[in-house]
Write a protein that binds this ligand. Structure first.
Ligand code: FE2
Length: 202
């Protein structure tokens, strides 16, 4: 049963990719996708994706595709292999209880691909995601909710459903959720797709 939910999410992700020009331009849809058969893994934050996913898209371009992917991810949440990259020392206990991510497509994803890493990330309201970085280039897209995104050398931007934001290789970036949670779909390209992000040096 859960395989059908993953297939539906992948189909919704492909339609989303085609419908948002910034996403389609970031990278082509991978040609090497295959089901990897990974087991689910729950973290406390995963339940919040269903109970409090953040406000949905309204009156934006590609609204139907953004909403369809949001709904497919909400349905998938109880079956996904959720992870938490950071330690309590790095982000605090509250952050660890109200955040999580999983890899839909990628080197260690539910669907295997060596051409991309596509992850879903969730953060509850009022969380401070400290400065961090990684080698691959990144495109954030917002499925529901909102947050303030910061990147070194750039103005702070409040992102809402349908928005996208790029980060360059090893460009430090950070995020703060305010009164809303946020559900993101994140694309990576380039070297180091299987690596975890690291906190930026002070
Ligand atoms: Fe990032």
């Amino acid at each position: 049963m859960s395989r059908a939910l993953f297939d539906k999410a992948l189909e919704a992700a492909k339609a989303f990719h085609a419908a948002l020009p910034a996403v389609a331009e970031f990278q082509p849809w991978p040609s090497d996708i295959r089901w990897a058969g990974r087991e689910g893994h729950q973290v406390p934050g995963a339940a919040l994706v269903q109970s409090d996913p953040g406000y949905a898209a309204k009156g934006i371009p590609a609204e139907a595709e953004v909403r369809a992917l949001q709904q497919a991810i909400i349905a998938l949440a109880p079956h996904a292999e959720w992870r938490r990259t950071y330690t309590e020392e790095e982000v605090g206990q509250d952050f660890l209880l109200r955040y999580g991510w999983f890899e839909l497509v990628g080197p260690t994803g539910h669907f295997h691909s060596l051409q991309t890493r596509m992850t879903i990330g969730y953060w509850g309201p009022g969380l401070d995601y400290p400065w961090h970085q990684h080698t691959p280039e990144e495109l954030y897209t917002i499925l529901s909710g909102s947050a303030d995104f910061m990147a070194k050398g750039e103005e702070v931007r409040r992102l809402v459903p349908g928005d996208t934001k790029m980060h360059g290789p090893n460009q430090p970036h950070a995020m703060i959720t305010n009164g809303h949670p946020i559900l993101c779909f994140v694309f990576w390209r380039g070297e180091g797709l299987a690596d975890d992000p690291a906190m930026s040096p002070d």
